[in-house]
Design a protein around this ligand. Structure first.
Ligand code: SF4
Length: 694
């Protein structure tokens, strides 16, 4: 006799929310998921979980989920449900027609950091080998692309340096632009445990996040900088380290290019870069900044953890470089307890970047311009590859409004909600002749789509995700896809209709191809993942069981590279019309634009996004807690309820963006990182005023 709720069978799989990569035992009764039990042997979570991974999986059964393919000729027409074959043929004939009329480069695609490595790989392969161009980009463009640029330039590889276990040996934790309590809760708890054991804490963040002061934890130093001044603050920290003789000269001489170090040291030592000279600009007390710099440089093993508060700026890449400079100057790299650790937002941001989703790089971050690299892929794929880099997402939108980019395949991302400058995205999508949305729900982007490929959830597919510590873990199918096909099979169906066949019968075969083509993945296979539980790349002949800590005996690029970090203020300035600075973040129970978590019971914890503002700013405007306020920027306006709090400093306001009515990206500007085009979501000049509601 089976009791109600009693599981019949189970499988271990990986959470599909954040970059921590917790593993769970999915307990099933037939095809019904009964519960998700945190897996005690999970290397990233060791039996822990948060309210998203544990409870927020009900979206898989949500009534709004689309299970049948749909097509329409015009976006003004109603959708027509069709068979998979009809949808594939319709999409293929549209894309072929566009390429015949506008040229080969008039189509492209966007891969998803929510999908598996194998699913991302086949989309980029379809674009490069099937479409015949390199117009492939990833949703990581709008989050961690500056991490790729900054860490590749300085260390030689686009990834965090440590495993999560490394924090056990850390003496000083520096958190920059991240809120691990809400954004990466399981690792956040681990950080807090280490802090309770006595590690010291420095927080660089405009907002007093929970970790600054919570049970048994009080940060030694909180530097509440003005949004947009990261580079000035980190360069001032470097100034203190250099001018007070705190550089680890032995490490720098052995491991880094000395002449580049000398150039950097003379640059940061200039008096104009001191904490005192930059205090008015950054809003940071110079005494606190000096004390924080001394603590990081002399307090033992120093580890830096950072998030989107670093990358989503016009100087996002410069900020990542500034962080790398600090770690090299103090010798905090290449052993347990130290390092530079980007906290990745989505479950597979690391993987989607590793899989060749950038217009200039093939899988494994190998540049298209390398003849030998291209030849290796050409031999395996049996095609001739175009050596010219393709378009990034913002360039695709620009080309669409100019009439030269007419077809887009969007895998698992609601670009209308997640990309900046909503009106420009609308104009771009409206200009295209065929937009394919491949997703679970009819999202906002689907309003402008001609083809809808229903997607499968992480519970309905096999594959792998790669977490923030480069850990590759299996995603195991615990139920049949409700839409009939796993996502990689959908891409293969579309490719076949286009005349480009990819013959795999299981995602493990896709991983075998990735391993054959990508030196850092050469030792990865599903069989090894089954046996070992997980491996961290690089995983190859030299390190068959993977690499928990990178750069131990030398940087991947050879010598570590110091680079100057000139602070250039964003063009998004405050002034009489827009005197406040808006920045954004997340809460624990919800995830990004809420497409999944809002369709689960987690919604009871969060009914609306609120605008946090300081009591001083509220009083000046006659706003009381809970009042409706109108939030205006140069780009647009929206309406939210006020939450009056001293978590934010006077002059700074803050909101989350989990609910579609918040329309945060109607407000944000279209400024972006100089190197990668990552949007500047974290700094918007705004004005607020009382309102009667939306
Ligand atoms: Fe999932 Fe991240 Fe929560 Fe772990 S911490 S359960 S990976 S959302």
């Amino acid at each position: 006799v089976i009791e109600i709720g009693q599981p019949e069978h189970s499988k271990v799989t990986t959470c599909a929310y954040c970059g921590v990569g917790c593993t769970f035992k999915a307990e099933m009764r037939g095809e019904e998921l009964v519960r998700m039990v945190p897996w005690k042997d999970g290397k990233a979570n060791r039996g822990h979980s948060c309210v998203k991974g544990r409870f927020a999986w009900g979206y898989a059964n949500h009534k709004e989920r689309i299970l049948n393919p749909m097509i329409r000729d015009k976006i003004t027409e109603p959708w027509r449900e069709v068979s998979w074959d009809e949808a594939f043929n319709f999409a293929a004939s549209k894309f072929k027609g566009i390429q015949a009329k506008y040229g080969k480069d008039a189509v492209g695609g966007i891969t998803s950091s929510r999908c598996t490595n194998e699913e991302v790989y086949v989309v980029q392969k379809l674009i490069r080998a099937g479409f015949g161009n390199n117009n492939v980009d990833t949703c990581a463009r709008v989050c961690h692309s500056p991490t790729g640029y900054g860490l590749s330039s300085t260390f030689g590889t686009s990834a965090g340096t440590q495993d999560f276990d490394s924090v056990e040996d850390t003496d000083v934790v520096m958190i920059i632009g991240a809120n691990p309590t809400d954004g990466h809760p399981v690792f956040g708890s681990r950080l807090k445990k280490r802090l309770r054991q006595g590690a010291k804490l420095i927080v660089v963040d405009p907002r007093r996040t929970d970790i600054v002061r919570s049970a048994h934890i009080e940060a030694q130093h909180h530097l509440p900088l003005l949004p947009g001044t990261n580079v000035a603050v980190l360069t001032a920290i470097a100034h203190v380290i250099v001018t007070e003789g705190l550089v680890n000269e032995t490490f720098v001489r052995e491991r880094c290019d000395w002449s580049e170090f000398e150039d950097w040291a003379s640059f940061v030592a200039e008096p104009s870069r001191s904490p005192e000279a930059t205090a008015i600009m950054t809003g940071v007390d110079p005494k606190e900044l000096r004390a924080a710099a001394r603590l990081y440089a002399t307090g033992g093993n120093g580890a830096i953890y950072y998030g989107l508060g670093v990358t989503e700026h016009s100087q996002g890449s410069t900020t990542v470089i500034a962080i790398a400079n600090l770690a090299m100057a103090t010798g905090n790299i290449g052993r347990s307890g130290v390092g530079v650790n980007p906290l990745r937002g989505q479950n597979n941001v690391q993987g989607s970047c590793d899989m060749g989703s950038f217009p200039h790089e093939l899988p494994g971050y190998r540049h298209l311009s390398g003849d030998a690299v291209r030849e290796q892929f050409e031999a395996m794929w049996n095609v001739k590859l175009n050596p010219e880099p393709g378009l990034r997402i913002p360039n695709m939108f620009d080309a669409a409004t100019e009439g030269t980019f007419m077809g887009l395949y969007v895998q698992g991302e609601d670009i209308l909600q997640s990309d900046p400058n909503t009106s420009h995205v609308v104009a771009a999508l409206s200009s295209m002749e065929c937009v394919i949305v491949h997703d679970l729900f009819l999202n906002e982007t689907a309003n402008y789509a001609h083809v809808f490929f229903p997607g499968s959830t992480f519970l309905e597919k096999n594959g792998t995700f790669t977490n923030a510590e480069r850990r590759i873990q299996l995603v195991r199918k615990v139920m049949s896809p409700k839409n009939g096909l796993e996502d990689w099979e959908v891409t293969l169906g579309f490719a076949k209709a286009l005349g480009f066949e990819m013959n795999y019968t299981h995602p493990s075969e896709i991983m075998d191809e990735i391993a054959a083509l990508t030196p850092t993945f050469a030792g990865v296979s599903f069989a090894k993942l089954e046996k070992e539980g997980s491996v961290q790349w690089p995983c190859n002949e030299k390190q068959p069981l993977g690499t928990p800590i990178m750069h131990m005996n030398g940087f991947v690029r050879g010598k570590g590279k110091f680079m100057r970090t000139e602070y250039i203020a964003t063009d998004e300035r405050t002034g009489p019309r827009f005197p406040l600075l808006l920045t954004t973040g997340r809460i624990l129970s919800q995830y990004n634009v809420g497409a999944q978590t809002r369709r689960t019971d987690n919604v009871v914890w969060h009914e609306e996004d609120r605008l946090e503002l300081h009591p001083h700013d509220a009083e000046q405007r006659g706003i009381r807690d809970g009042d409706w306020v109108r939030l205006q920027s140069r780009a647009g306006e929206t309406t939210l309820r006020a939450l009056i709090t001293e978590r934010v400093a006077p002059g700074v306001v803050y909101t989350t963006f989990h609910h579609p009515t918040t329309q945060a990206n109607v407000i944000t500007t279209d400024f972006s990182d100089w190197a990668t085009n990552c949007p500047e979501y974290k700094v918007t000049a705004v004005q607020i005023s009382p309102s009667n509601g939306p």
